[in-house]
Ligand binder design. Sequence first.
Ligand code: FCB
Length: 445
Amino acid sequence: MSIKLPANSKMLTPDFTFGVATAAFQIEGANTADNRLPCIWDTFCATPGKVINGDDGSMACDHYHLWQQDIKLIKELGVDAYRLSIAWPRVMNEQGEANQAGLDFYRNLLTKLKEEGIKVFVTLYHWDLPQHLEDKGGWLNRETAYLFKEYADLVTRELAEWVDSWATFNEPFCAAILGYELGIHAPGLSKPEYGRQAAHHILLAHGLALPVIRQNAPKAQVGIVINMNRSYPASAKSEDEFACLIRETLDNQFFIEPLMKGQYPKLLANVAPQYLPQVLPGDMEIISQPIDFLGMNFYTCNHNAYDAEDLFKDVKNSQPVEYTDIGWEIAPHAFEELLINLNQQYDLPPIFITENGAACDDHLVSGQVDDDQRVRYLNSHINAVNNAIEAGVDIRGYFAWSLMDNFEWAEGYNKRFGLVYVDYETQKRTIKRSGYAYQAFLSER
Ligand code: FCB
């Protein structure tokens, strides 16, 4: 099994960027080193019952110390680009001043990446809000959006030299809805009215930071990363179709419509006004300023049926389909449809697929990891992107999630997404079959 595209694919030209992605909290470890402040995920991990096996981010992949060998791995895979995130609690103290030791870590890392000829895609916020800000209300407090602007200003002033692309946020849906509405991610709050208000403040923070980043990093691309789902009706009944419409509206349109059109979906005002946040005059103009690219993360699809109380509920696909180790249906057709639909609905900037990948039940046997399912997953999804490009969608890059196995949030170290296997006892890295397949595919371009 290998990864292969049609010979004439636009994805095989030098204009298309292939990369691997990670995020600070998931790989760095060293969560008290060099005055790093506690973040909401440290607190969440320390709360019994929140993360499987009580896992935490204190060690993770120890990337804070092993970053040089990790850059060698990135180089060895032969990718064009690396997407990483900066930890807010590492680079700014409680007074809002720079923590130079934390900044030095990123300076060294980014300098080395550039020396190696790797393009650098940085995300400013991949969920690790400093705990002292959560203590003042976190993303429910509008003030946090203004503090994010300060943080973005500091980081882009200090690090702009090495960065090709800045994303303000990773997946506002997860940060806000999983964290403040469903309570399954940090900070673990669960009130229906919280999630959408947190989301609005995150989108506002994105908009407030944009002009600052542009000013400090005039040569870089600036955008945001959102996750998207495709929802299919459990039956042909119109009420199940409606459930899917609501589900896609709450997961996708709720985030993309403010960014692209400066409004929350009109449907919500009619059928689910409880999902509308409080918006102050001028907010939507701030949120909908032009961006250079839209980052999109895609993993799976949903199946939904109507539910009288919640309007929709998740059901399993009635057809026999394949799932990954995290229980997510493998649905490359959904990826292709989603991209094509979106392109019809909005006047989009160029798209980068900033995450896509699979959790597999990986085992290191005689020094090898035979993750055939992941190879098939990557192949089918890269081809789905190619089909979307053929259908006219402007997609400029694809990043596999993830460079290496890491801390998978509420799932702890139990779920492995890496192209590289990490033995957490020894911190030894081993390139999996999928890593070699990606490497072979990239080298044949
Ligand atoms: C995404 C996150 C990423 C990773 C993958 C599996 O939602 O952005 O950090 O955990 O899921």
